[in-house]
Design a protein around this ligand. Sequence first.
Ligand SMILES: [Zn+2]
Length: 251
Amino acid sequence: MKDTKLDSKVLDVLQDKIQLIKTEKGAIYLVGPIRLPVNLYGETVVFQWYCWLNCNEVTEDFERIIDKLSSVNLAELQQSSVLVYGDFTYGEDAIMRMHSICHTGDIFGSKRCDCGFQLKRSMKMIVEHGTGALFYLANHEGRGIGLFSKAMAYILQENNYDTVEANHALGFVDDARNYSDAIRVLKALRSKPVTLITNNPKKLDALKNAGLPVSGRKPLWGDVSEYNEKYLQTKINRSGHLKDEGTCPND
Ligand SMILES: [Zn+2]
């Protein structure tokens, strides 16, 4: 433990931007809003960005939490965050997406899935709609199996396993994602219902069952190519995704 006391100015600036959300296991510390101008298809759009951290310690003395940051290696653990647009707290009609992190799709622009396309497209939908939020869920890689296991699953997929079979073969359930923290954060930001951007009715049900106030679903049609055709078809055949005209879903 370092013994230097946190500068009172630093604490003043930061503590106004921290919210404590209690959970069964401890607390979520939500920090924001932070102004985040984003390049969206060549146009600069300003979002309000929030990030959160789970912690066993529950305290409103945020100095204790800030003090710990430099001694825990947070870069080794991914944190989730949310981009908010418009009057998300009070706006009547808001749309939102719970986006599962996809290192290959979102960052590299991999064509094996359409996550990168869905990420950008849903941000655009939110901006066009006027009010909404995009949750970027960092513990959802590969539907919750993690990046390294996803690499293994991709190798199996190159050897004729489909997405679901590959996850099962590695000992995982098809979908290991949990939305409870994201829902808690959502509720801290907004109490009115939201319309969910997804092609996956199971995700809609899972979120409803977990207590998300949902007023409807908006599909998000994507980026079909020869590289992800099979993957997207599996989503429809095996994972219960709805297929609308022309194209296929993934989420
Ligand atoms: Zn992906």
